[in-house]
Design a protein around this ligand. Sequence first.
Ligand SMILES: [Zn+2]
Length: 329
Amino acid sequence: MSILLMMWLVSCNAMAQKAMEKGLATIDRATAEAHIRFLAADELRGRYAGTAEGRVAANYIASQLQQMGVAPLLESYFQPFDACCMETRQGFRWETHPDSVARLADVAYLRCSMRNVLGVIPGRRTDEYVVIGAHYDHIGIAHGQKADSICNGADDNASGVSAVLQLARAFVASGVQPERTVVFAFWDGEELGLLGSKYFVHCHDKGKKLCAYLNYDMIGRNHFPDRPWHVVYFYTESHPAFGDWLRTAIKKFGLRLEPDYRPWDKPVGGSDNASFALIDVPVIWYHTDGHPDYHRPGDHAERINWEKVVDITKASFLNAWRMANDAEY
Ligand SMILES: [Zn+2]
């Protein structure tokens, strides 16, 4: 390699590093609080999929994307889909596959319309996608509760939504076009069976390769009262680089996280990562574990560990940056 070429490569690397740090610097606690407090307010009545309040949540997310200059992936920010609910011997089951919905139209127990919210930053490669997602729906009202009956879902999953919104803004603020196309996805109907992410994967144009998926579901609470920096870090085992990325990020940027690294051969459980893992897309999933307010009215914004949400958002931005720009992983 000539000296000149080497100098050029070094200066390119330094510029990319500067751009990345510019994005990283925009991630802050005030923004996390604003998003989570809005989505987890009592007025949103637990964001049950298909309700008016669920639609308000989706409109809020779309307006945030528009304001930061992230384009819609489709003709609008919304990807609408219908879901049918069937009663089976095992309980209720929701179907979103258009063929099933058409077949079940007359016999379904319930039918409802839902919407994913999808934004995009086109990369140099328009045929390679990296998807960053979190579900925005929650479980609505807990019937039979006396005083507080609204399941606010601050941790589950307003916290994850705040991270995806902050990543979108950070990518814009970096001022450089990513190598791969980055999609910012906010799923509806996760609580009813990963409906939004299943629908997205089903409809996705097979000519555009899904290179990686980064998921957030519940990133704001303390599972162990005496270990406030605990976070579970699931990732596809055949991509050990994902583990190295987080170790490097924590060291380099002085993040306080104490990850429980959980490589998993095929991360098909728990959340929307399953929809991607099932079609062999490598995934990373941040999750701060269960707590006594899980799926209960006590999942309030006041109980969020804000500093941890910020550190997870920063660490995951560094993951997403590499997913979008590294030659391979
Ligand atoms: Zn969740």
